[in-house]
Design a protein around this ligand. Structure first.
Ligand SMILES: O=C(O)c1ccccc1NCC(=O)[C@H](O)[C@H](O)COP(=O)(O)O
Length: 220
């Protein structure tokens, strides 16, 4: 299967972008969140983006960012997509989409069936959904924690928009996750790191290979 699209999130060094491009990923992500070990400034992200070849989509991840912060990111970094990882409302998603003229991917955290209602709410306004594990209540980060959720929650679900599976994925479990959920897109951060916040080129390669060799359930 060659149509699985992979996003590698939390890049902070030029060699990470090169490794992601060479591995054949479709998206690379830059984290703008000061408490994160993967945080980059707009200027750093701009330099990283210059390493990205045509065809590798550059995604800015923000968490409840104020307009002036997001304006500076968008004005500084050549971007292809915004990823909203905070508590942005559907109205805020729609407003940011209109303000910046970029596709918006809204992250939705799942822990149990009670969280599924959010998917429909955000499908109505976002270009894509990132279906992620809901962070633990005491987590320092709202994402990028290397935690999975119960994939059976979305197995067989018909999404109205393109969506990406995230949360605790690794080269060892990504094929099973794709087979179980039927997703065509996957996102990873912790699972391709040598140490927290430090990406590993061999793990990136192994992850992309494992994802692209997976067999999603056929669409009926
Ligand atoms: O990665 C971070 O440090 C981060 C900080 C704040 C909000 C979100 C963050 N990361 C989100 C991701 O990188 C992923 O899109 C997703 O949560 C999967 O992460 P992981 O479980 O580490 O693969």
């Amino acid at each position: 299967m060659r149509d699985i699209r992979v996003k590698i999130c939390g890049l902070s060094r030029p060699e990470d972008v090169v490794a992601v491009a060479e591995a054949g990923a479709a998206y690379c992500g830059f984290v703008f969140f000061e408490k994160s070990p993967r945080n980059v400034t707009p200027e750093q992200a701009r330099a990283l983006a210059q390493e990205a070849p045509v065809g590798l989509a550059k995604v800015a991840l923000v968490v409840d960012a104020e307009d002036r912060v997001l304006d500076r990111i968008v004005d500084t970094v050549p971007l292809d997509m915004l990823q909203l990882q905070g508590a942005e409302t559907p109205e805020r998603v729609a407003a940011l989409r209109a303000r910046h003229g970029l596709p918006v991917m809204k992250a939705v955290g799942l822990r149990d069936a009670a969280d599924l209602g959010q998917l429909a709410e955000y499908e109505a306004v976002a270009d894509q959904l990132l279906v992620d594990a809901k962070p633990p209540r005491d987590a320092a980060l709202p994402g990028g924690n290397g935690l999975s959720f119960d994939w059976r929650l979305v197995a067989g679900r018909r999404f109205a928009r393109p969506w990406m599976l995230a949360g605790g994925l690794t080269a060892d479990n990504v094929a099973e996750a794709i087979a179980m959920t039927g997703t065509r897109q996957v996102d990873v951060s912790s699972g391709v790191e040598a140490a927290r916040g430090v990406k590993d080129a061999a793990k990136i390669r192994a992850f992309v290979e494992a994802a692209r060799s997976a067999q999603p359930v056929p669409r009926l």
